[in-house]
Design a protein around this ligand. Structure first.
Ligand SMILES: Cc1cc2nc3c(=O)[nH]c(=O)nc-3n(C[C@H](O)[C@H](O)[C@H](O)COP(=O)(O)O)c2cc1C
Ligand code: SF4
Length: 488
């Protein structure tokens, strides 16, 4: 986990929980129109990947239990985890890239309807991502992946003061580089080759020499539109286009996107494909269906997009007709830690990852409501431009007073809580029932995120070893943790 320079350990915010009457009068528990529908309250469980799909991307009984458990707490909305729009293998991540995924997704929708008594709206986050390979062992990299080119010979000859390398065999060059110290490799390999060796090969939207990357603007609108149509057929109330964090659409929006051909460079070009994807989705699902977007208020990386870009994107998204704007922060590959050999780089291990899911070990500002100013600036600009598109904020929000103050100050329209909802999926319900004192409070130390990083089934340390003798509970693959929190 990335640590702040001079870390400060913050206590949890003091919480005063409201009476039933106060909660009933609150803005948090007042309804809000989102697209063609209405949320009964401004409470929201944002997307969280729980690593419970089959290897083929299908819904499992464990996924249904997971969402049903959140639904029992009756938030205004739940967003189902990032779900792949393509029909390609992607491990135990949900997929919606073919009609065969619809029946499982429909079962999930029905479970949420049933458990929430029809009180919770259900959206699904749809995502595209590019290839990220595991970090290879050095010998394998030089034997299989490294392409020997004339400039490598030149650089090797220069670095070693030995012209024999100019016409040495490829096998000798590979063997020599396999044994070479880092200093020599730094002089011979280019930046991308060093990255592939030390972090694992990772595609970029700017790799337009690769035909499948070049054609992204031609294929992505169709993939997203097909996926959105399937979501509608499965019964979801709407789709959330995933334009945040480390994935394809966020990479188009990024200030680092210098792709030629009209889809990179200035902001107007970087937002072009995201708007074209939206246009294709909207055309397919119609105007009565909710289409939202999650994007970054700040990438928090060197040469990346900052709030000014995000404000521009937010206004353009509102103008285009998105039904809500959900603002996140960071979560990039660019500053991620080097993975161990055999592991893939994980976009939540650097500073930008910290900013996405901040912990109590922080700087002076601490983790609580840390990302609200981004949402507030975007909301302000969107409203100034004449749009009323609801803005969703997230990041370290875990008490009633905090949520109510954010809404009261007009900094956001909807409060999303990922980890607090994982710690206690009934927390919104407990507040409404005047039972706030019974809330199991998230301690924001990111045990759950650590499991996500290892691609293990996500659970919370506050409940995953509690009442393990309870009849009928399901356990994690390692047999040590319950997969669903105990009931109220
Ligand atoms: C285990 C885990 C998985 C997550 N998966 C996703 C995801 O699929 N899509 C997404 O946009 N955000 C994802 N997030 C980020 C959360 O939606 C949220 O933005 C972040 O945790 C900050 O909010 P919080 O402080 O309320 O937890 C995930 C977070 C966690 C802890
Ligand atoms: S594991 Fe820790 S950070 Fe995650 S939800 Fe539970 S208490 Fe919060």
């Amino acid at each position: 986990m990335w640590r702040q320079g001079k870390p400060i350990r913050h206590p949890l915010l003091e919480a005063r929980w409201p009476s039933v009457e106060e909660a009933a009068r609150s803005v948090l528990f007042s309804p809000i129109k989102v697209g063609g529908g209405v949320l009964e309250s401004r409470t929201w469980v944002p997307a969280m990947v729980p690593w419970r799909a089959t290897e083929d991307g299908f819904v499992t009984p464990d996924i249904i239990d997971w969402y049903a458990r959140f639904a029992a707490g009756r938030p205004g909305a739940i967003v189902v985890e990032a779900t792949g729009v393509r029909d390609v293998a992607s491990g135990p991540l949900l997929r919606i890239g073919h009609d065969r995924f619809i029946p499982g997704l429909r079962n999930l929708v029905e479970a949420v309807r049933r458990e929430s008594g029809g009180h919770t709206r259900l959206f699904i986050q749809i995502i595209d991502f590019l290839a990220v390979k595991r970090r290879p062992p050095k010998d394998k990299y030089f034997a299989r992946f490294f392409k020997v080119k004339p400039h490598h010979r030149d650089k090797l000859a220069e670095a070693t003061c030995n012209d024999d390398w100019l016409d040495a065999s490829e096998a000798d060059i590979r063997a020599h580089l396999t044994e070479a110290p880092d200093e020599l490799l730094d002089r011979v390999l280019d930046e991308r080759e060093l990255e592939s060796l030390r972090y694992g090969y990772r595609e970029r939207v700017t790799d337009t020499d690769l035909p499948h990357i070049r054609e992204l603007p031609q294929v992505l609108p169709g993939f997203f539109a097909d996926a959105a149509q399937r979501a509608r057929e499965a019964g979801f109330d709407g789709v959330e286009l995933h334009y945040a964090h480390a994935y394809t659409m966020a990479s188009f929006l990024s200030a680092k996107n210098n792709r030629a051909g009209g889809y990179g460079g200035v902001r107007e070009n970087r937002v072009r494909l995201p708007l074209e994807v939206y246009g294709a989705v909207r055309e397919r699902v119609g105007h009565d269906y909710t289409v939202g977007v999650r994007f970054l208020g700040d990438e928090v990386i060197e040469h990346g997009s900052h709030l000014e870009d995000a404000v521009y994107f937010g206004v353009e998204f509102a103008r285009a007709g998105f039904d809500y704007l959900s603002v996140s922060k960071g979560g990039k590959f660019d500053d991620a830690k080097q993975p161990k050999v055999g592991h893939a780089v994980y976009p939540y291990t650097g500073r930008s990852g910290y900013e996405c899911m901040p912990t109590v070990v922080s700087d002076e500002r601490g983790p609580f409501g840390r990302n609200v100013p981004l949402a507030a600036a975007i909301k302000h600009a969107v409203n100034e431009a004449g749009f009323a598109t609801p803005v969703v904020t997230s990041g370290g929000i875990a008490t009633f007073e905090q949520a109510e103050a954010i809404l009261g100050r007009g900094e956001a329209d909807i409060i999303a809580a990922a980890r607090q909802s994982l710690a206690d999926p009934d927390w919104f319900l407990k507040i409404r029932l005047g039972r706030g004192d019974e809330i199991r409070r998230c301690v924001f130390t990111n045990y759950c995120e650590g499991l996500d990083q290892m691609h293990k089934q996500v659970t919370c340390k506050l409940w995953d070893r509690v009442n393990l003798d309870e009849p009928g509970i399901t356990m994690s693959d390692d047999g040590k943790r319950r997969l669903v929190p105990p009931k109220l």
